[in-house]
Write a protein that binds this ligand. Structure first.
Ligand code: NAD
Ligand code: PRE
Length: 379
């Protein structure tokens, strides 16, 4: 598993000032502090900034001597905070991590037009967006390894200062990000497909569970958990993201609506006239097959081509230390865990632990775990 090494060399020249010390800002602060870069922290919420400081993300302060300012506040207030930061730190490079980029850039151009910023000020702004996060908000969920091995999109605008672009590139690399450079609209179209529409669909699907009877919920397995993890995301943050990227998200959801309408029509016909009604199987199969083709296009670990791993599933007692023992013994058998998932059977004192490993070692691992007394589940 990859993680930034605490002692890997750091090229970022601090001090760095982080404004907004929730999940993203505190994670940036933790990673930079661990790498020895001086970090000052500010937030509209005194309790959030105190928590980030207590967790080790940096020191409280206004960042007067900052060379780089990282704005990590919700998208709807990002442009205003960037404007204030460009004015308050007249020699610093200012970047933001908001999930939407065109709307922020448009507001910054408006600030130049109405005199709040000079065109020179704007050259010190370089947009960015780490494609890393989680469904929880706030500093308590922060993680210095959040960005390790994840795409980090740089969104310079036509007048961004090259030195500033280099500084933000360096920061992103120091935090473990894999750099991608896109124009603002290219970025927004891309994240509509890979992040924003998926969030909406996960939320809408999870909302259907509101009316589901308890006995149905008790049957919930990994499939439901896989598609609803992000339904636990913060509604305030996501409402701002969705309206901030309204056009591309509406376009994609319109396409989903049309495909869904076709499938619903076919299934209604099957419900009325029987499963073998002409066209029903074809429509159902096309929906799933097109999904197969789409999911196969998602790049695998470290951004490379998706690789097929073999899965080894083991029954693990729900007791302290069991999982640790399993991991240790997989290591003793000389096998690297490429990925891991845990499924809990409802109301049972066991879980199903699935480790993904290189196909060539799977059989040997199963035999080794058998020999060590684990109950290997073979499908
Ligand atoms: N959550 C994710 O998975 C994720 C991933 C990548 C990028 N982002 C982007 O990062 C940004 C921050 O998201 P987050 O998940 O860290 O949210 P968060 O809610 O955890 O943190 C946001 C912080 O900003 C502070 N804040 C709000 N308005 C402020 C203001 N005007 N001045 C100073 N501080 C202010 C809040 O008090 C809060 O502590 C957002 O723009 C989001 O789009 C989020
Ligand atoms: O993994 C998650 O929980 C996320 O929601 C992360 C995620 C994403 O969709 O990939 C969410 C929003 C961000 O702007 C970037 C990353």
């Amino acid at each position: 598993m990859s993680s930034a090494h605490p002692s890997s060399p750091t090229a970022t020249t601090g001090p760095v000032h982080v404004i907004g010390t929730g999940l993203l800002g505190a994670s940036v602060g933790l990673a930079l502090t661990r790498a020895g870069v001086a970090v000052s922290l500010a937030d509209a919420s005194p309790s959030q900034v105190a928590l980030a400081r207590d967790l080790g993300a940096g020191e409280l302060g206004a960042g007067e001597d900052a060379r780089i300012v990282v704005v990590a506040v919700p998208p709807d207030v990002t442009a205003d905070v960037v404007v204030d930061a460009l004015r308050a730190h007249p020699t610093a490079i200012v970047t933001d991590v908001a999930s939407v980029k065109s709307v922020v850039l448009a507001e910054l151009h408006a600030a130049v037009a109405d005199g709040r910023l000079t065109p020179d000020d704007l050259t010190r702004y370089v947009g960015s967006h780490p494609m890393a996060g989680r469904e929880r908000s706030g500093a308590a969920a922060a993680d210095p390894d959040l960005f390790s091995g994840r795409p980090w999109v740089l969104v310079p605008h036509p007048t961004s200062d090259p030195g500033g672009v280099l500084a933000v590139r360096t920061l992103a690399v120091d935090l473990g990000g894999a750099l991608v450079t896109l124009a603002a609209q290219e970025h927004d179209d891309a994240v509509a497909a890979v992040s924003h529409a998926p969030q909406v669909l996960s939320s809408l699907l999870a909302a259907r569970l509101l009316d589901a009877p308890e006995q149905a919920l008790a049957l919930a397995g990994q499939g439901l958990r896989d598609v609803t993890r992000i339904a636990a995301s913060d509604p305030r943050l996501w409402a701002a993201i969705l309206v901030g990227n309204a056009g591309p998200v509406a376009h994609l959801l319109g396409q989903v609506r049309d495909e869904l309408a076709e499938l619903v029509t076919a299934l209604e016909a099957a419900a009325e006239h029987g499963p073998l009604t002409p066209g029903a199987m074809a429509a159902a199969s096309a929906a799933v097959s097109r999904g197969n083709q789409g999911v196969a296009r998602i790049p695998g670990k470290h951004g490379g081509v998706r690789r097929s791993y073999a899965e080894v599933t083991v029954l693990v007692p729900d007791t302290p230390g069991s999982l640790g023992r399993l991991f240790a013994q997989v290591g003793e058998l000389g096998v690297n865990i490429e990925d891991f998932a845990m499924e809990h059977a409802p109301q049972q004192k066991v879980g199903l632990a699935t480790v993904s490993v290189l196909p060539e070692v799977a059989e040997e691992l199963e035999a080794g775990l058998d020999a060590r007394g684990w109950r290997v589940v073979r499908s």
